[in-house]
Write a protein that binds this ligand. Structure first.
Ligand code: NAD
Length: 290
């Protein structure tokens, strides 16, 4: 396939490189970063999209996605497929999909889970929204860049799945960290806490697979001085998207709202920016109840 790839940052660059390694012709464009080896460089987003069978975008946010989409949708070939893998608000995903469908394109919103490591290793999980026909075109590419792709329903549902998952993740990480900090103050050994919780009803991915306490459980960013991993500011971005979506549909999400508040202060006032999102544990260690 001839693939246009727009947004070659931390995630897009290794994803594009994996498509090249699988034998696809990839024409890339980024405002700032260089193309990875094997990806031909286009002079603009429009040039990367023109004549492509599939265009993939991997951009920072919904406003940028909307701007890029407005440029490229008019020049994409009739019947081509627009796959957006960025994490953006559900409204932007649906607006871009509507414009693309109106222009005779197939479209999939397909945010990912798995981070930079998953992008490099080709083990991402894709959560996809769009028609069956569009998903069928994109699926072989998801299989190259990832290990699993779930078709979640119509346009926007990929983003919906992503923010619901990450709202659970943010709230659960906070619950796990505050419980460790409480256990410390109660004189409970962290290893004992892990041994109990990881095999009891309090278990979770954050406890069992990504334990925020150093030297406990499997290797995690806590064992690497809380270097990300999944940075706190990216967690905050996704939590904010979840609350934006909850407001739009009048959903009551008090845990998501509190998690958003805590990550906002952590990132903006408490030095959490640039640390892994599990660095909430040292933050709780330092604090009392007020
Ligand atoms: P990044 O900032 O490294 O990459 C984004 C790239 O888009 C940058 O290179 C930037 O120059 C480029 N860009 C911005 N505006 C552009 C434009 N108008 N035209 C062309 N290029 C433009 O970000 P990233 O970490 O690669 O993340 C990309 C997306 O994936 C985000 O939506 C993020 O939330 C999501 N995501 C990231 C991770 C992660 O661990 N990094 C994990 C899951 C999902």
């Amino acid at each position: 396939m001839k693939i246009g790839f727009i947004g070659l940052g931390n995630m897009g660059s290794p994803m594009a490189a994996n498509l090249v390694a699988a034998g696809h012709e990839v024409i890339g464009f980024d405002l700032v970063t260089e193309c990875p080896t094997g990806v031909s460089k286009a002079a603009s987003a429009v040039k990367a999209a023109t004549g492509a069978d599939v265009v993939i975008t991997m951009l920072p946010n919904g406003a940028i996605l909307r701007a890029v989409a407005a440029e490229i949708i008019p020049v994409m070939s009739d019947g081509a497929t627009f796959v957006d893998c960025s994490t953006v608000d559900v409204e932007s995903a649906r607006a871009v999909a509507d414009d693309a469908v109106a222009a005779g394109l197939l479209t999939v919103d397909a945010p990912v889970s798995g981070g930079i490591g998953g992008a490099s290793a080709g083990t991402l999980t894709f959560m996809a929204g769009g028609s069956d026909a569009a998903f069928a075109v994109a699926q072989p590419l998801f299989d190259i860049m990832g290990q699993k792709a779930v078709h979640c329903g119509p346009s926007g549902n990929g983003q919906a799945a992503k923010i619901c998952n990450n709202m659970i993740l943010g709230a659960t990480m906070i619950a796990t960290c505050e419980a460790f900090a409480l256990a410390d103050k109660l004189g409970l050994d962290r290893q004992a806490m892990f041994d109990v919780v990881s095999t009891s009803s309090g278990y979770s991915w954050t406890m069992n697979a990504y334990c925020p306490a150093p030297s406990i459980g499997p290797q995690s960013p806590a064992d690497n001085d809380y270097k990300p991993g999944f940075a706190s500011e990216l967690m905050l971005k996704d939590l904010r998207l979840s609350q934006q979506a909850a407001e739009a549909v009048d959903a009551d999400t008090p845990m998501g709202a509190r998690a958003t508040e805590l990550y906002t202060s952590f990132v903006e006032q408490e030095g959490g920016k640039g640390t892994d999102f599990s660095a909430m544990l040292p933050r709780f260690e330092k604090k009392g109840r007020s």
